[in-house]
Design a protein around this ligand. Structure first.
Ligand code: PAF
Length: 283
């Protein structure tokens, strides 16, 4: 498996693959890979001749310096894991900040038609400008036919679809279901940092989402939100940041339920200083 750290070299390797009419899938990651990432890589391998896995902790999408500093960086373990999936068909792109940003690690400003102002956008200033900047840069360097993103970051997925539409980027964006531990906790690179007592209690997030879904069948969005907020208020370790039921297209919070619309519930909660997010389809 070849690991590239320079954009010019990976771009050249990809041009050679494309000259052979190979199709290219991209799985962008920030490393600390887990089974959820591997599921994306496997899907990408099924649908493309070669798969590029980018591993880059993107500084411009972190609003919290401490979170950036503590984000796990495990390139050696990551490549060992990827080799268990395929040695020949995966190329890793693990650039430096300099290689990506060429001395100017700042975000471009984007207009994602309002998607960027909801949920994560409210609590993580500049986050989606950072995500948009890096993903657009990867698309320019790698020019993949398809790119794969997990639905755990559902808002990010919606924003990337919008990015591609607005900039006419010729890539198919493929969303993949959330991959969970057997106890229901959504897989995340941040889970690696959870202390045991928080790891044990974090599945409460998904359990609550599942009950919220059931309640949404008969109750209003407000009533369901109140119930979730109360459940978290009683919880000793987890601190709720938000629970929102939103239209899954516009991501705007639901005011009055309509059976013509598709809804999703979104949650962000702190386990100690670690911020966890999850979501669930409601209808
Ligand atoms: O979802 C992530 O891991 C990151 O936001 C992404 C898409 C790799 C961009 O840095």
């Amino acid at each position: 498996m070849i690991i590239f750290s320079q954009n010019m070299l990976i771009a050249r390797a990809i041009n050679e693959l494309k000259a052979k009419k190979f199709t290219i899938g991209l799985v962008p990651t920030m490393g600390a890979l887990h089974k959820g990432h591997l599921a994306l890589v496997k899907k990408a391998l099924n649908e493309n001749d070669r798969v590029i896995v980018s591993i880059f902790v993107n500084p411009t999408q972190f609003d919290n310096k401490d979170d950036l500093k503590k984000y796990p960086r495990t390139l050696d373990e990551d490549t060992v894991l990827l080799k268990t999936v395929s040695k020949e068909k995966i190329l890793v792109y693990a650039p430096t900040v300099e290689d990506i940003y060429e001395g100017n690690a700042v975000s471009q400003k984007f207009d994602f038609d309002g998607l960027e102002f909801e949920m994560e956008g409210k609590f993580r200033a500049g986050h989606f400008d950072g995500v948009g900047t890096i993903v657009k840069r990867f698309f320019e360097i790698i020019k993949p036919h398809r790119a794969y993103f997990g639905e755990k970051d559902f808002q990010q997925l919606a924003i990337i679809k919008k990015l591609v539409e607005k900039y006419n980027i010729p890539v198919k964006i493929i969303g993949c279901p959330i991959y969970r531990e057997t106890n229901g906790l959504a897989m995340s690179s941040r889970n690696k940092r959870l202390k045991p007592e928080y790891k044990n209690t974090a599945p409460f997030i998904y359990k609550t989402l599942k009950v919220a879904k059931e309640k949404f069948g008969t109750k209003s969005a407000n009533k369901v939100s109140e119930w979730v907020e109360n459940e978290f208020a009683k919880h000793e370790l987890l601190k709720l940041e938000y629970f929102i039921i939103a239209d899954s297209k516009t991501l705007k919070p639901v005011k009055r339920k309509s059976n013509k619309k598709v809804y999703r519930a979104f949650i962000a909660a702190y386990a100690d200083d670690i911020r966890l997010i999850d979501n669930i389809a409601l209808n």
